[in-house]
Design a protein around this ligand. Structure first.
Ligand SMILES: [Zn+2]
Length: 156
């Protein structure tokens, strides 16, 4: 037997820094010493043991400083996000964190506007064919076959 990987579309966002995740709603504020500070993301937090690490602690996964990392609270614990990681939302609303190269090996982005335009264009062409076949043929079986073909082609 041979198996082919299923064609899967997933929702995913690349996280590079605090505030990158949709809904993070990061804002700036002045702290008690009048220094400009950035709030942490509502969804992807700042790496949670930031205070325990000095500024030179480096991640053993990505070699970047720990303070530049994110933390996604999850399942009474959380997921560490290295800068550049993709946060994949699975169909059951669980998360998978993937390194950039690992993610890009498996997925390519869909240009949703282009894809919608492509489907619309295809639909217009096929509807024209349907109309032409209707006017050119009085044979109902031909019209029926054209309709079946169009239904099949448009089903994606
Ligand atoms: Zn890292």
């Amino acid at each position: 037997m041979k198996y082919q990987k299923k064609n899967a579309t997933v929702k995913a966002h690349q996280w590079k820094k605090n505030g990158d995740y949709p809904g993070d709603q990061v804002y700036n504020y002045l702290d008690e010493l009048e220094n400009l500070q950035e709030s942490e993301g509502k969804i992807v937090k700042k790496y949670y043991t930031k205070d325990l690490d000095d500024d030179f602690t480096v991640c053993n996964v990505c070699n970047q400083y720990m303070y530049s990392h994110g933390w996604l609270p999850y399942n009474f614990d959380g997921l560490l996000i290295c800068p550049g990681d993709f946060i994949v939302t699975n169909p059951d609303n669980t998360y998978t964190i993937m390194r950039e190269n690992e993610f890009l090996n498996e997925y390519e982005s869909i240009n949703e506007d282009y894809h919608a335009g492509y489907l619309e264009g295809k639909r217009e062409v096929l509807e024209s064919i349907q109309l032409i076949s209707f006017w050119m043929s009085h044979d109902l079986s031909i019209i029926d076959n054209v309709n079946k073909l169009l239904t099949y082609i448009l089903s994606d």
